[in-house]
Design a protein around this ligand. Structure first.
Ligand code: SF4
Ligand code: SF4
Length: 216
């Protein structure tokens, strides 16, 4: 599963870089728009499989850990969670102003790719994913209402927390009261990291309204 997920990510990264070289970012924004609708049904699959920033952040985090420059702290001023909405608004304003005033396309996707890499050199991925990314702000909103998601089968869960440690967006937490893992669908990228480490195979992709498991 791990190699399949990596392959899908690299394929989308190649498409993204191809579109960058062709200057056709509108098509990529079209993919993003479709992914928002898809998030209502399948969860935030854009973040887990398609997003070039996420794909670039994975090796960046590995390097950051090797160089021991990553901190587990989160800057206090980011904690309210409002900053990602500000970055979204600023991105929209810059794109429109650049088009109207300079008659140029503002390369905001490339700029965000670079910002994501720089932030991940210092902070855990959840800081960028949950508190800074302008695209994440929208994905969070749509992902909250998803029909399908990675879900913990409580009877199987032994509360070992291995899933918590593997999650790039702090979407899965073992609750203090019943010692069972629980997934927040608005933060979950459907990335399979938690499934890969769970010793009890307790995490499945399923319809969260009727708890019917889906094979993928
Ligand atoms: S890794 Fe599996 S068994 Fe361990 S806490 Fe997470 S869901 Fe439960
Ligand atoms: S909960 Fe699991 S599938 Fe969702 S983002 Fe975290 S590791 Fe990935």
């Amino acid at each position: 599963m791990k190699y399949f997920v990596t392959l899908v990510r690299l394929l989308f990264l190649s498409v993204f870089l191809f579109l960058v070289t062709k200057g056709n970012m509108v098509l990529w924004l079209g993919i993003f728009a479709v992914s928002l609708v898809a998030a209502l049904i399948f969860g935030r699959i854009y973040c887990g499989y398609v997003c070039p920033m996420n794909t670039a952040m994975i090796p960046t985090e590995w390097i950051s850990k090797k160089l021991t420059i990553q901190t587990s702290n989160t800057p206090n001023w980011l904690k309210s969670g409002k900053f990602s909405w500000i970055t979204l608004l600023l991105s929209i304003i810059l794109v429109i102003a650049s088009k109207k005033v300079l008659h140029k396309n503002f390369p905001f996707l490339i700029i965000w790719l670079v910002i994501a890499i720089i932030i991940t050199m210092r902070y855990e991925p959840k800081v960028f994913h949950n508190l800074i990314c302008p695209f994440g702000a929208l994905q969070k909103t749509f992902g909250k209402f998803t029909k399908h998601s990675k879900t913990v089968v409580e009877e199987e869960c032994i509360g070992c927390k291995l899933c918590e440690k593997s999650c790039p967006s702090a979407a899965i937490k073992v609750t203090v009261d019943n010692k069972k893992a629980n997934i927040n669908t608005s933060l979950c990228h459907q990335c399979t990291n938690c499934q890969q480490v769970c010793p009890k195979n307790a995490i499945q992709y399923m319809n969260i309204t009727n708890k019917k498991q889906i094979s993928i």
